[in-house]
Design a protein around this ligand. Sequence first.
Ligand code: GDD
Ligand code: MN
Length: 395
Amino acid sequence: MRKEHEESTAEPEQKNRSVLQSSLRPEISVIVPTYREAENLPLLIERLSGLRCKNSMDLELLIMDDDSRDGTRELIESLSHDWIRLYTRTSDRGLSRAVCEGLKHARGNVIVVMDADLSHPPESIPELVQALGAGHDFAIGSRYVEGGSTSDDWGTFRQLNSRIATLLAMPFTKVKDPMSGFFALKRCSYESVAECLDPIGYKIGLELMVKCDCERVKEVPIHFCDRRAGESKMTLSEQANYIRHIRRLLIHKYGAWSNLAHFLAVGSLGAIVNLGLLTLLIALGFPLKVSIATAIAISMVFNFALNRRFTFASARKDSIATQFCGFIGACSLGALLNYFVTNELAGEFPFLYPQVAALAGIAAGVCVNFMINQFIVFRSEASSAKTNAKLVSSE
Ligand code: GDD
Ligand code: MN
């Protein structure tokens, strides 16, 4: 085993040896993120070693460990295999971050990522690699294609959880198991997006598939076993991270259109707040006019806060007072346009239901309101160039 963290201070002779070794690139790099997996690693290494011998696979193993202090270091040192490298990470921890660091160090032309707990069968690696050789951009060890399965004792909650998470990934990919942490891709695919990887949480495979724009994805059926030893590190906060990750990917993929979706979602919530408050205030006995005005004012502040926090988050550093005035101005302009369009249409086409005219008025008002907010009120130098480019390119 080579101790990567010591390479920079190595003696000249040692340095030469690592230059020589790094010039002999292995064919495949297997990256395994670990946190407290010392109990599982011996069997994983044994099965990977079996692949090297039986299938003559030229592979290196990169163990990306978040300073587990559970004997992982001692174990790898005692094995002293030159095809295994242990990286002990003390900052920027987390599964995806660990894999990202592994990607930077991987030397093989093909990269495989898998878990350490033997949920993923190492024996499926040749099939994943062959899929790339056959022209696919990405290969996934999949539980949800024909022939794939999960351990029988998965409870209803875990099944449901996994299915909902898979549904949330639908805007990005049609694959059946985008949540899988067992996958392979070519190093050149990774290199083309290395700078823009920004995952949070567990779903590094989804991040890579979306950012690399992979269209030809092969799903290789696997049986996903329950972990052999130790505990899962999946927590509720990791689930919340997944939602945040999905939001980031939406912004990446759909640019300003995702802002529009956020804006509309916030607008709908605002309408609910408005109606709820109006009902409450009237029930409390406030005069109608006061109730209407208060409900409008509060829902506008609510919409402003949510849009500033989520829809236009990239402009959050700019002055809140200026943005608030701009937002109220844009809403007022939108409302005015809504009034004129509805009025004109209802007058010009008396056979139209006034509600239909009002719908057209609302659409026109929302469009203008959104455009002013997007391009003037919440315009930030960083976001505007990117979102403009996205809007133009998808037109
Ligand atoms: N370096 C590092 N840092 N590794 C971590 C961390 C961390 O913070 N958290 C987890 N890992 C490692 C674990 O040691 C294991 O090798 C792998 O990441 C997966 O962690 P598990 O805790 O076993 O995850 P799981 O079984 O709940 O989730 C599995 O299923 C998902 C699909 O349902 C994993 O296979 C995921 O990759 C997969 O997406
Ligand atoms: Mn696991």
